[in-house]
Ligand binder design. Structure first.
Ligand code: MN3
Length: 206
């Protein structure tokens, strides 16, 4: 009998390619979703097939990523990271979190503004390609950064936790519109963050 091999599908983009304009331009969203994210998804599935890795949850794979080859680490991370990135943005985003997430931000960072400044600074100064994260670790909020397509679920991550917000700081995420001005992309990102969704993810993982 053939084993059931894991196959992951790319979630639909929850809005149109032009929905985040002018903060994130339509061509960047389309190329990022249809080329980059789709490629990570396809390459992940190919690698899982080639290695005959049985059906699993993507988070379970990431949590034990040290047991897998680099191609699963890079493409599995790329698949998961972009799923979350699209999910936590919205054309109706911006503003501030409310409820339990807002309370936790006050508790762990002092204020929303303090959180935002810290996260922005990390995103601006991060060297090379990678991601900045807001993670929940037993209800406590932390900011962390990972290189390439690594993420805080991975057992090899320096800081571990459940990601509830992320920003992609690979140049493909902003270069068409913002060129070398990564800080401008990060500033615009706050206009499209879907705090309602981030709050739901926080409460799910308390
Ligand atoms: Mn990307």
């Amino acid at each position: 009998m053939k084993p059931h091999i894991a196959v992951f599908s790319q979630p639909d983009l929850p809005y149109a390619y032009n929905a985040l304009d002018p903060d994130i331009d339509p061509l960047t969203v389309a190329l990022h979703y249809l080329r980059h994210h789709a490629a990570y998804t396809g390459n992940l599935n190919e690698a899982l097939q080639a290695l005959a890795i049985p059906v699993a949850n993507i988070e379970d794979i990431l949590k034990t990523i040290s047991k897998y080859p680099a191609t699963i680490r890079n493409n599995g991370g790329g698949y998961y990271n972009h799923n979350l990135y699209w999910e936590i943005m919205s054309p109706y985003g911006g503003g501030e979190p409310s409820g339990k997430l807002a309370d936790a931000m006050h508790r762990d960072f002092g204020s929303f503004e303090a959180f935002k400044n810290l996260f922005s600074q990390m995103a601006i100064s991060f060297f090379g390609s990678g991601w900045i994260w807001l993670i929940s670790s037993d209800g406590t909020l932390k900011i962390s950064a990972t290189s390439n397509q690594d993420n805080p679920l991975m057992d090899i991550a320096e800081v571990k936790g459940k990601p509830i917000l992320c920003i992609d700081v690979w140049e493909h995420a902003y270069y068409l519109k913002y060129q070398h001005k990564r800080a401008d992309y990060i500033q615009a990102f706050w206009n499209v963050v879907n705090w309602n969704r981030v709050g739901i993810l926080y409460e799910k993982n308390l």
